[in-house]
Design a protein around this ligand. Structure first.
Ligand SMILES: Cc1cc2nc3c(=O)[nH]c(=O)nc-3n(C[C@H](O)[C@H](O)[C@H](O)COP(=O)(O)O)c2cc1C
Length: 196
């Protein structure tokens, strides 16, 4: 592997709630990604990003708010994304929709993988909705996702999944697919900018 083949993945913590659980699965999948050797990880915590929830008008000469520009630089530098999401009322958190909506090209022609958590459904209702949302910004969502159902019982006090074998296998499947698509789409963007 050359340095050119190394891929940058942004792990996005989608929940911003006080006392949230999101950083636990985010740190877990980030450790897996780092451990592979082909991925560099940027941990994006939307709780720290400071994105406004009120957007500006249509005047494109207006500068972007500083937090939007700052996060945009990080997203633009990523070759792939892993979105870590809970389920809120059968959907995904508003913080995540706000983050998707501030950007467009930053997501385009790049793969997105999901780690979700929730009650019996493991947050998959949120993931299915997010697949539609990311499709609109020309992102490719990878098929395999990691879902933790009844999640408080699925992690120990150190933030490790209690079913380490099953969780590790699911992480590998997700990351294998994500890295295949990330390299394929990076090469494609290098040959021909995505402008369609
Ligand atoms: C507003 C809200 C709505 C929720 N709705 C659901 C739901 O529909 N299904 C479910 O399984 N869990 C639901 N939960 C439980 C969350 O999955 C759980 O609280 C989880 O910890 C939220 O992620 P967070 O801690 O990272 O914010 C909801 C939690 C909140 C705060």
């Amino acid at each position: 592997m050359t340095d050119n083949d190394r891929l940058r993945v942004a792990v996005i913590i989608g929940s911003t709630r006080v006392g949230r659980f999101g950083p636990v699965p985010a740190r877990w999948i980030a450790a897996h990604a780092r451990g592979r050797g082909d991925l560099d990880v940027d941990m994006v915590d939307l709780a720290d990003a400071g994105l406004p929830t009120v957007m500006g008008g249509d005047d494109e000469s207006e500068p972007l708010p500083e937090p939007v520009a700052a996060l945009g630089t990080r997203l633009a530098a990523a070759d792939a994304f892993i979105v870590v999401t809970p389920v809120y009322n059968r959907g995904y958190p508003a913080s995540l929709k706000n983050a998707v909506d501030w950007y467009f090209e930053e997501w385009s022609a790049k793969p997105v993988g999901f780690v979700s958590y929730g009650g019996a459904g493991g947050g998959l209702q949120a993931v299915e909705q997010l697949r539609n949302v990311f499709n609109e910004v020309h992102a490719h969502t990878v098929r395999s996702a990691v879902a933790f159902s009844d999640f408080p019982d699925r992690f120990d006090a150190q933030g490790r999944p209690t079913d380490a074998e099953g969780a590790d296998a699911a992480a590998k499947e997700l990351l294998d697919q994500l890295s295949w698509w990330a390299l394929a789409l990076k090469e494609a963007r290098g040959r021909r900018p995505f402008t369609v």
